[in-house]
Ligand binder design. Structure first.
Ligand code: HEM
Length: 126
């Protein structure tokens, strides 16, 4: 699970840096919010989850770990796609509000499950 998270995180870094470079080269910063979220939610947050699995969560084959992975990955990809469409004026905002809401809840639930697993791991080691 840790390596999978790190590979996905670095892939987001690649996409985010390419988008940032395109923004800089074209002097069109319209996708700044998307770039910032790809870098911070896609790259930094996903990377930190990879480290959590590597350093503390010993059993990543549990249902909780699998749900955490699905929620974070699905939430993140939906949110980033939604932001890209919104800030690229590819879709009207009201048509994408539900998707943004669902993706936010998925990302938050993914975080809650990560906190839960870390607390559980501490308890298991005591
Ligand atoms: C190749 C490297 C990068 C390039 C070319 C790049 C490019 C840009 C550009 C052009 C902007 C818009 C600035 C503006 O309009 O004020 C921006 C904003 C931003 N970037 Fe990057 N970026 C890079 C790397 C990163 C990294 C590594 C992170 C974080 C891990 C990051 C996070 C952000 C954030 C949070 C903003 C929004 C800043 C604000 O609200 O003013 N960027 N970037």
């Amino acid at each position: 699970m840790d390596k999978k998270y790190i590979i996905i995180a670095l892939s987001y870094a690649l996409v985010g840096l390419i988008l940032g470079s395109v923004m800089a080269a074209t002097k069109n910063h319209g996708q700044m919010v998307t770039h910032a979220h790809i870098m911070l939610l896609g790259f930094v947050t996903t990377f930190s989850y990879g480290l959590c699995y590597k350093l503390w969560i010993t059993n990543s084959s549990t249902k909780v770990a699998k749900s955490q992975f699905v929620l974070h990955q699905l939430g993140t990809i939906l949110m980033l796609s939604g932001l890209y469409m919104m800030y690229g004026n590819l879709i009207e905002n009201h048509k994408i509000e539900a998707l943004m809401g669902i993706s936010s809840v998925a990302v938050i639930l993914g975080l809650i499950l990560m906190i839960y697993q870390l607390i559980q791991t501490n308890r298991d080691n005591q």
